[in-house]
Design a protein around this ligand. Structure first.
Ligand code: UFG
Length: 352
């Protein structure tokens, strides 16, 4: 019998790619999602992303429209399935929104996680993989950033702080109770989509992140890209990031799951490639992959942005036997396929 894995936020960008991999690896994911950021087609109850996963894998996906902030509803899911582990993706994720409405971010991201932990304890489940972020490192003291780099200093927005606070909760929990096996996965900059072009990143409104914005410029949905800052201390003056293919990232979760029983307490791993590319290099790579012109202009630095952020991914290779395989050009090709097949994302009725 395959193991039930609870996937919170499984209809989202990274969650949906991981659900595909879970199914392909013989696990039985149970997706819970409150659909605040997911498109549900008319006449359906299941988000479009989940229906597309069913097309990709040929398997039925167990889905429940549940908000983790509603503890009773969450308990009913734990009552129904005996989970062997939890993958916790759910949460609000807009940096900008978190600055203007911090309490909503603290309430939702922390509240949901606390409810989840309480349900896990009540049902004697102690294995969890959490979606953390490179943002917890704050301003890098050294590069590349390894997991022993200090965390929590100089995080500039409430979204990033929720990731750090949740990490702290997990560290305290593991110290207090020896049965926990917790893996914190610190993502760098996920890009791309599944090779089918059926699932991908679907930002609601103008994208905050670089590559979805570039893709929307390429397809004519936005006139021009603003490059925030060309005076950073980097080779060409633009920001440098560790872009990682979302499918590589999803595979990192499967590796974490397969190794979770070796973890004692709470352990963090970077999921990045180890290589940084500048904004201009990323734009150039996308231009080549799409064969489209990407008009851009330089604009002032974005508040809170950092110059160079890239990972040392050695620990994940050594202990999880995971490494990122796909190049920046592959990320761009796959993102472009998703963008051309779905010019308005999962919502066909949205205006271009
Ligand atoms: N950028 C632009 N123009 C844009 C968007 C971004 O020039 O329209 C630049 C940024 O200034 C930065 C780079 O592109 O130099 C990458 O920006 P992203 O917004 O794509 O990514 P960030 O590294 O700023 O943020 C990402 C995630 C956050 C996470 C953080 C952790 O979006 O959720 O990494 O490091 F917290």
């Amino acid at each position: 019998m395959s193991e039930y894995i609870l996937v919170t936020g499984g209809a989202g960008y990274i969650g949906s790619h991981t659900v595909v991999d879970l199914l392909e690896n013989g696990f039985c994911p149970v997706v819970v999602d409150n659909c605040v950021n997911a498109i549900v087609a008319e006449g359906h109850k299941t988000p479009e992303s989940i229906r597309r996963i069913e097309t990709i894998t040929g398997e039925k996906v167990i889905f429940h429209n549940v908000d983790l902030c509603n503890k009773k509803d969450l308990e009913s899911i734990f009552e129904k399935y005996k989970f062997s582990a939890i993958m916790h993706f759910a949460g609000l994720k807009s940096v900008n929104e978190s600055v203007s409405n911090p309490m909503n971010y603290y309430e939702v991201n922390l509240g949901a996680t606390i409810n989840l932990i309480e349900c896990m304890k009540a049902y004697n489940i102690f294995n969890i993989v959490f979606s953390s972020s490179a943002t917890v490192y704050g301003i890098p003291e050294r590069l590349p950033i390894d997991e022993s780099h200090p965390v929590g200093n100089g995080i500039t927005n409430p979204y990033g702080k929720t990731k750090y606070f949740i990490e702290e909760i997990f560290r305290d929990l593991a110290k207090a109770e020896s049965q926990w096996k917790i893996i914190l996965l610190r993502y760098f900059n996920p890009v791309g989509s599944h090779v089918s072009g059926l699932i991908g990143e679907d930002p609601q409104g103008p994208p905050n992140n670089l590559m979805p914005y570039v893709a929307q410029v390429a397809i004519g949905r936005r006139p021009i890209l603003s490059i925030f800052g060309n005076d950073y201390d980097t080779p060409d003056g633009t920001g440098v990031r560790d872009f990682i293919h979302v499918v590589d990232l999803a595979k990192g979760h499967i590796s974490a799951l397969k190794h979770i029983n070796e973890v004692c307490g709470c352990k963090a791993y970077n999921l990045g490639t180890g290589k940084g590319y500048s904004v201009l290099e990323a734009v150039e790579a996308f231009k080549e992959a799409s064969n489209k012109d990407i008009p851009y202009k330089f604009a002032p630095r974005r508040l809170g942005d950092l110059g160079d952020v890239h990972a040392d991914p050695t620990l994940a290779k050594k202990e999880l036997n995971w490494t990122a395989n796909w190049s920046l050009s592959r990320m761009c090709e796959d993102l472009w396929r998703w963008q051309t097949m779905n010019p308005t994302g999962y919502n066909p009725n949205e205006k271009i």
